[in-house]
Ligand binder design. Structure first.
Ligand code: ZN
Length: 1043
């Protein structure tokens, strides 16, 4: 940001000691052909501390109880170390992993539908998927019938592949696992009616016979979902640097695994009830921690899961609402980190909304002096600073530098070396707080002006015709009264402006003294300028009459338009120029309908070339087609102009390119395919209302500081970076999260832990410059056990998804997916190697905190973005890619593993919501109603035999046949069923930044097909392995790594 006229050097222009020139991004600046988090460690030379020997801090605060919640569950099997273990058959299989075999699912019968009609369907449906009937009746799950006889399994093996075997549970209940203790009947050894004893090596031969193979249909081609593992992704880079694996160089079976496809007929499957269940993990965490107080007083505490509601009390560390980490105990050395391959990352949501029952952020004002900072590393005063010499000096927890305490800030220390005013000062006792920033932190040393909101409405033919323009104008009349304002202010300081456009742009003078708005047309879009300064941005209240007049007129002025062409980049330019001219920050709300094909800068062509899918050129689909937008984005960031785009497409609009500016400016993207007022109107308006009103900061710059030994190396999110350390955000709202990866550059000291300080300088909606600080202290350890038990899989998936979605810009999807699978296996193999008791390699042993890694990883691999199926429109894939990029942990958790709620189990006499079910077709019942939501989509699935009482209660119609599936909302009826289901829906919507359109589906009707994609434990309708199959393949890779 310094190039943009920030004079104040102290805040941000100074490099953090120890920061080297890190290559930015994946592979872009290195020659390594992969994006792996560890493969590229060649450039991560340990850098010795520039600070010399560190002086010990006086107060290492590790709590003795930090792991109490997990250690409570330790079982007899491996004290001090929770795990879930899954036994499988004998080790030493010569069979290479055969990911290919997963995918050979029965081809959907609708495969040959004409593409044209299909596309039409797709666009009008939410997820733009093929519509088709279930093909699943003959599918895997049906073979799980535990009543099937156990013994005669052998014959199902064919030829030379007898070793395809499935792990089955051997884990006893005493281990505190959440899996069913009993061995699934279907996997029992012949004649073996009793589960094997806990933790023992079981009869492998027997198991082998009884083991379950992959669901391979002979003659089916391998599916694209899981490419065969190839040596060299990590192999070439990693072999030799894994001292913990026996015989390091030869440890990794580097030989490319090819073929490996099973030729056997369908075999017995693992009982899905016996493998780790996300629902069980979520419910157990709720049971244990829901409603409790989570006080952030000790270092390295693992917070409750995002799905567990609790009250957070800031006692010195940032709330998990602001920062969540992949692990709360960092490995002490780079070597150890490399061995485990667990990414070290924090997901930071600096503006997270806090519930009403938690204390709001405190504001500290040091007047003209400004915040107190370490002289050397510029870290801000925080609980991580240690006061010494009677309070005259303090030692920085980040760089160990000893600083003088400014006289105005002096305070005596008590007998334990703590300042007497410790609890009076938020910056000494809290993890999160704000400083009022001085002029030094302002652009050009001038206090910023309040931000502007500019509404820019496409008035071309299709926008007028579908009613969108009228809807927007109507809504804005009331919405403008609800613009964000400072807590103490009565009205919002935000000024507003309006532009309409098709091929040309229309600006409006809304000066309060005018009786009528004045329109000024700019038809030369080549050199965009704003034709008026005075009167374009106005105060909502002063100009209310003129604004309402304009909003009434817009739909009428363009009612008869026949103009179908639009421009897009000039619209952004116009908004940007207006923001620049007003010398403020701003947010553009662009409502746009079509591919901008009119002759103008940033003109786009239709390039939805799905022939590229599954080729090395597929990455092109995720790259913008015009560099114009990158330049524009940069310009927007430099002038703190955030861009939100609401798309209403009827066909391909190149979301990839049109999303460039929103993505770089901290903006949001919304998309309503084939927009129709009656079905999408409310959905869109709810999104708009949320978007306009949400808490937001402008002109922001974020810096993440760490203590000696590690540093932030990679930033993923809706933001822009001009150098390797400063995250530039034209704006950041309460829903945007930035995921930061850390790497070691030295050893971490177990006594001091790993400290993180995130500082965000921004302008609030009132135009005040603020510094928001979040501090978090993590543990570190040289024991793998500590690392593994402090992991948070939900955060891990957030990081892995964002980094994979970034990697596909530069690498073939196949490679990216291989790396993900590989990394999963490495993480779990390292645990097995270092933490689990010695046992047969045939046992699948998962760390307790990471037992959902395989299922979540499989969901990521099956997401539209990584699926590489030509059936999925490119715009849809890109759209999801962009959404995930700015998601927080809660967002990615429900996006990748949706909530499936059995509505028919509602207890109308209780406030409770029925517990969610696992996302599998097996869980659906004919007599049931199920609500499925993932934060973006929402479905209500109606079973054929739903009770008439429920149908009447919810839909106010007598029978199943009378239910109107065209409707996207439920009637507001005064009965307990209706109230309860609407309450559940509202509740789910309130948890997501997106309003989620409700789609009603009936069992056995053709639209039901789109629902299947979200049953993520099953085989994907567009490809992708079932959970069971994926778990097997991961287990196989682990075994290979261990041999
Ligand atoms: Zn320092």
């Amino acid at each position: 940001m310094s190039q943009h006229g920030y004079v104040a050097t102290p805040p941000y222009s100074q490099g953090q000691p120890g920061m080297g020139g890190y290559p930015a991004g994946f592979g872009s600046t290195t020659s390594q052909p992969h994006y792996g988090h560890y493969g590229g460690t060649g450039h991560l030379k340990p850098v010795s501390s520039p600070h010399g020997p560190s002086i010990p801090l006086g107060h290492p605060p590790p709590s003795p109880a930090q792991f109490s919640q997990t250690s409570l569950q330790n079982g007899v099997y491996n004290p001090g170390n929770q795990m879930s273990s899954y036994a499988a058959s004998s080790p030493g299989s010569a069979q290479p992993p055969s990911f290919q075999s997963h995918g050979s699912h029965p081809q959907p019968m609708y495969q040959n539908t004409a593409p044209a009609s299909f596309t039409q369907q797709v666009v009008s449906q939410i997820g733009a998927m093929k519509i088709g009937g279930y093909v699943g009746s003959s599918q895997a799950p049906s073979q799980n019938d535990p009543s099937l006889p156990g013994p005669p399994l052998q014959p199902s093996f064919q030829g030379s592949h007898p070793q395809q075997r499935l792990p089955h549970i051997s884990s006893p209940p005493s281990q505190g696992m959440s899996v069913a203790p009993a061995v699934p009947l279907a996997t029992m050894p012949p004649g073996g009616a009793v589960p094997p004893p806990p933790g023992m090596n079981i009869n492998h031969a027997g198991l082998n016979q009884g083991s379950i193979g992959y669901q391979q249909i002979p003659g089916q081609p391998p599916m694209a979902g899981y490419p065969p593992q190839q040596g060299g992704i990590y192999g070439g880079q990693q072999r030799g640097v894994q001292p913990n694996y026996p015989g390091a160089p030869g440890t990794y079976p580097g030989a490319p695994v090819t073929g490996g496809q099973l030729a056997g007929p369908p075999q017995k499957k693992l009982d899905p009830d016996s493998i780790p269940s996300p629902i069980q993990v979520i419910e157990e965490d709720k049971l244990r921690r829901s409603g409790q107080l989570f006080a952030t007083n000790s270092r390295g505490q693992v917070p409750p899961l995002v799905t567990t509601k609790c009250v957070v009390q800031d006692q010195g560390n940032a709330s998990p609402r602001f920062i969540r980490c992949t692990t709360y105990c960092f490995p002490s050395t780079a070597d150890m980190a490399k061995q485990s391959q667990i990414p070290l990352a924090a997901v930071i949501k600096p503006f997270a909304a806090l519930p009403a029952n938690e204390a709001p952020i405190c504001v500290v004002n040091h007047g003209e002096t400004g915040p107190i900072r370490c002289n050397r590393c510029k870290a801000y005063m925080s609980p991580l600073m240690q006061f010494i010499e009677g309070g005259r000096k303090y030692q920085c927890g980040f760089c160990s530098c000893v600083n003088e305490v400014p006289p105005f800030y002096f305070q005596h220390l008590d007998h334990i070396g703590r300042r007497l005013d410790h609890y009076d000062k938020p910056e000494l006792s809290l993890g999160s707080y704000e400083f009022v920033a001085t002029l030094d932190y302002c652009k050009n040393n001038k206090p910023p002006a309040p931000p502007a909101f500019i509404f820019m409405i496409d008035v071309s033919y299709s926008s007028i015709k579908n009613g969108c323009v009228k809807l927007i104008c109507e809504e804005l009349k009331t919405l403008l009264d609800k613009l964000p304002r400072a807590d103490e202010a009565e009205t919002s300081a935000i000024r507003v402006g309006f532009v309409t456009y098709n091929k040309v742009l229309h600006f409006y003078n809304l000066k309060s003294s005018l009786a009528q708005p004045q329109m000024l047309v700019v038809s030369d879009t080549g050199e965009m300028f704003v034709p008026l300064l005075d009167g374009f941005l106005v105060d909502v209240h002063e100009s209310q009459n003129v604004i309402h007049n304009l909003l009434d007129q817009i739909p009428e002025i363009f009612a008869e338009t026949s103009e179908s062409e639009t421009v897009f980049a000039p619209v952004i330019q116009a908004g940007l120029e207006a923001v620049k001219a007003a010398e403020c920050s701003g947010k553009l709300f662009i409502f746009h309908s079509s591919l901008p094909t009119a002759e103008a800068p940033g003109k786009l062509r239709n390039r939805d070339d799905r022939k590229l899918v599954n080729t090395d050129k597929e990455k092109v689909l995720f790259q913008s087609q015009s560099s114009f937008y990158e330049t524009l984005a940069k310009d927007c960031v430099a002038n703190s102009c955030c861009v939100d785009v609401f798309l209403f497409p009827n066909q391909f609009v190149d979301v990839t390119t049109m999303g460039v500016v929103p993505l770089a400016t901290g903006g949001s993207l919304y998309k309503y395919n084939n927009f129709q007022i009656h079905s999408d109107g409310e959905h869109f308006l709810n999104d708009l209302r949320k978007d306009v009103q949400k808490p937001i900061g402008f002109d922001a710059i974020m810096r993440v500081r760490t203590n000696t030994g590690f540093r932030a190396t990679e930033f993923l999110g809706s933001m822009y970076m001009n150098n390797t350390t400063d995250v530039e955000l034209a704006a950041i709202d309460c829903d945007k999260a930035i995921t930061v990866e850390f790497k070691h550059d030295d050893k971490l000291n177990e006594e001091y832990g790993a400290l993180i300080q995130c500082a965000l300088l921004y302008t609030n909606v009132a135009g005040q410059r603020r510094l928001r600080i979040h501090n978090l202290a993590l543990n570190c350890s040289s024991q793998h056990n500590d690392l593994y038990k402090s992991c948070e899989t939900d955060a891990l998936i957030n990081f892995l998804a964002k980094s994979a979605y970034k990697a596909i810009l530069s690498q073939p999807l196949k490679i990216v997916k291989e790396i993900l699978v590989n990394q999963t296996a490495h993480i779990l193999a390292c645990y097995r190697k270092n933490c689990a008791n010695p046992s047969s390699a045939g046992q699948l042993i998962l760390p307790e905190a990471m037992k959902l890694l395989p299922i979540y990883m499989n969901c990521l691999l099956k997401s539209y973005v990584l699926l590489a199926s030509p059936d999925i429109p490119t715009d849809e894939r890109t759209f999801q890619r962009l959404l995930v990029t700015s998601m927080d942990v809660e967002g990615t958790q429900s996006f990748f593993y949706p909530r499936l709620i059995p509505i028919h189990k509602i207890d109308v006499n209780s406030e409770e919501i029925p517990a969610a079910l696992r996302c599998s077709e097996d869980r659906l019942v004919d007599g049931g109603i199920f609500l499925l939501a993932n934060g973006i989509n929402m479905f209500l699935w109606l079973g054929l035999n739903t009770q008439p009482e429920l149908i009447q209660g919810i839909f106010n119609v007598p029978t199943f046949a009378h239910i109107n599936t065209e409707s996207t909302s439920l009637p507001e009826l005064d009965n307990p069923y209706s109230r309860k289901i609407r309450m559940i829906i509202d509740n789910l919507r309130s948890q997501s930044p997106y309003s989620m359109k409700l789609i009603i589906l009936k069992q056995k009707e053709k639209t039901e097909g789109i629902f299947r994609h979200f049953l993520v434990e099953d085989k994907g309708i567009h490809g992708g392995a079932s959970y069971v199959d994926f778990l097997c393949s991961v287990h196989k890779e682990i075994r290979q790594l261990l041999t």
